[in-house]
Design a protein around this ligand. Structure first.
Ligand code: ATP
Ligand code: MG
Length: 260
């Protein structure tokens, strides 16, 4: 891995465990400023663990994490958010008894620039107009897809430089997944927000992202530009469910595979 200075986020040999269970084993990766990077991997590969370790929910056993040139290894999650790094966790985790509006304000709780907060609120409502319609409604009454929109919007309300996005496609229809991914790309292009996306939906992730890593059993086993990853036979066959004839099937993650 080349050490280029433009990396906004850099993980070096990061190991994290849950008690005796080693979930990630020496993960090194970087996310460059302005790009969408993705980590692909099957159930239990360690994707969420990588994000939790970056955002400070989980302290690593080994290794280091640097964000915008600052060491954020094992720092408090609130500190990490203040540095400009927001995490949209797996399964959304909105505040169900608060309104959509109040959920959004919770995302901005560390900010003092009230004008900026109002501007960002207006902007997230343009990304997801349904949230504006539901602004006074309890977040717990939103559909799964709407809750995902709210979770992404709440992260945006912190005005982050980088967003960690944990499986935005989880439990959503293909149509809604496509819509969410389109907005994620728009957020990246229009606001310049750097994004690290972890996904099982390799097809969507490889189309949206610039650079990708493949994670298996807690280790990065492959990395490349998404254009090149899409062309690799292993990726086509096991992550995109495509055979050599280019026909895409529904098959995803069916087979265990050791990567070369
Ligand atoms: N709170 C926990 N306590 C114990 N083990 C855990 C805990 N969370 C995750 N693990 C284990 O750590 C490993 C990595 O889990 P992780 O949640 O990071 O996987 P993932 O790639 O996000 O999977 P998924 O696609 O299912 O979300 C798995 O073996 C999992 O069982
Ligand atoms: Mg996960």
């Amino acid at each position: 891995m080349s050490e280029t200075p433009e990396a906004m986020l850099r993980l070096l040999n990061v190991e994290s465990s849950y008690g005796p269970i080693k979930a990630i084993r020496g993960v090194s990766l970087k996310v460059r400023q302005g790009e969408i990077a993705t980590v692909l991997g099957s159930n239990g590969a360690g994707k969420s663990t990588i994000l939790k370790t970056i955002s400070g929910i989980l302290d690593p056993r080994k290794g280091s994490i640097e964000f915008k040139g600052q060491n954020i290894t094992a720092k408090d999650p609130a500190f990490v958010v203040q540095q400009g790094l927001s995490h949209v966790p797996e399964g959304r985790e909105v505040f169900p008894l608060l309104s959509v509006h109040d959920n959004l304000l919770m995302g901005a709780y560390t900010r003092k620039d009230r004008d900026g907060v109002a501007r960002d609120m207006a902007q997230v409502y343009t990304y997801f107009p349904i949230l504006k319609e539901r602004t006074a409604q309890d977040a717990g009454l939103l559909s799964g897809g709407q809750q995902q929109m709210l979770a992404i919007s709440r992260a945006l309300m912190a005005s982050p430089d980088l967003i960690l996005l944990d499986e935005p496609s989880l439990g959503l229809s293909p149509k809604l997944t496509k819509e969410i991914f389109e907005i994620v790309v728009r957020i990246n292009r229009e606001r310049g927000t750097t994004i690290l996306l972890v996904e099982q939906n390799a097809n969507m992730a490889l189309n949206a992202a610039d650079y990708g890593y493949v994670l298996e059993n807690g280790r990065i086993v492959m990395e490349d530009t998404c254009d090149r990853l899409r062309e690799k036979e292993d990726i086509k066959e096991f992550y995109l469910g495509m055979k050599d004839d280019g026909v895409r099937g529904e098959r995803r993650w069916k087979k265990k595979k050791t990567w070369r």
